[in-house]
Design a protein around this ligand. Structure first.
Ligand SMILES: Nc1ncnc2c1ncn2[C@@H]1O[C@H](COP(=O)(O)OP(=O)(O)O)[C@@H](O)[C@H]1O
Ligand SMILES: [Mg+2]
Length: 260
């Protein structure tokens, strides 16, 4: 019998799987009852990859990280096919919450200063500018320095990189992505994250620019729109494949009867 320590993660994984399937079924049922017909489902990072990765990257080996609010999802390509999908429990909101707690400021204010002045690592900070931030309650605003933001952000960024490294190692793919990382999702916009990852992994890293739609407005070419653009492309591709299959099926039937 396996020791209790090895049994637990498997059981936990099984429960997580059941819960995820249950929530997935509930979501589809809710959408159907609201009159929206769901014809297909796709794992989010696969949709993002559709809009963000080049064929070269997929062939050579690359990891797309979709850094959302609560989690980061990843998909690894190699030899033109998907080799692994996974997720780590850190996203952009963790940085915001750390700032809110660490600097005792409301969450919307923490989000604002993160976007405007946040930097992933102290070594990458260009200027230690003074920043005015709101305080909690009725207390007056205070002045802090950009360095103080980075002191809060950097440990979380280090944890994030360690989780990605562990996930890649567990999948046995840590040395299989010569084309490096592509970062999508709003969290990819954190200043300095690309440079920090390049230094930590010794691999090329770039922020995703979703492409592929005709007449796409420039504002949509931002990493946080990767999934949305990818879903449209994925849907169009699935429709083409379906149409092709139906045509092939009709052609086969015709050939059968012609031959009879
Ligand atoms: N300029 C920015 N700098 C740093 N983080 C950002 C920036 N813009 C958005 N984010 C972060 O991106 C996250 C949301 O990303 P998004 O892809 O929209 O999430 P989700 O897919 O989970 O809805 C939030 O945590 C937000 O703080
Ligand atoms: Mg997203």
């Amino acid at each position: 019998m396996p020791p209790a320590t090895s049994l637990f993660p498997r059981t936990a994984k099984f429960y997580t799987y059941c819960l995820t399937s249950f929530l997935w079924t509930l979501t589809i049922t809710a959408a159907n009852r609201a009159g929206i017909l769901i014809s297909d489902t796709v794992v989010e990072p696969l949709a993002s990859a559709e809009a963000c990765l080049t064929q070269d990257e997929r062939d050579l080996g690359t990891c797309l990280l979709d850094i959302g609010g609560g989690t980061t999802e990843l998909v690894v390509y190699g030899g033109g096919v998907v080799r692994h999908t996974g997720a780590v429990p850190v996203g952009g909101d963790h940085f915001t919450n750390d700032l809110a707690v660490g600097l005792r400021t409301p969450i919307p204010e923490a989000e604002r200063i993160k976007r405007h002045h946040g930097c992933a690592a102290a070594a990458l900070l260009h200027e230690d500018v003074a920043i005015e931030i709101a305080s909690v309650g009725d207390r007056p605003p205070r002045t802090i320095f950009a360095r103080m933001l980075t002191d809060v952000i950097e440990p979380r960024a280090q944890e994030f990189l360690a989780l990605i490294r562990d996930e890649m190692r567990r999948a046995g793919l840590d040395s299989q992505i010569p084309a490096g990382f592509v970062l999508s999702g709003g969290g990819a916009r954190l200043t300095g994250l690309v440079e920090m990852m390049e230094q930590a992994f010794h691999l090329p890293v770039r922020v995703a620019e979703p492409r592929g739609l005709v007449d796409m407005p420039e504002q949509v070419e931002q990493p946080e729109y990767a999934t949305v653009v990818g879903l449209v492309l994925y849907g169009a591709k699935a429709r083409r494949t379906h149409a092709l299959r139906s045509t092939n099926f009709v052609a086969k039937l015709k050939a059968m009867f012609a031959g009879a």
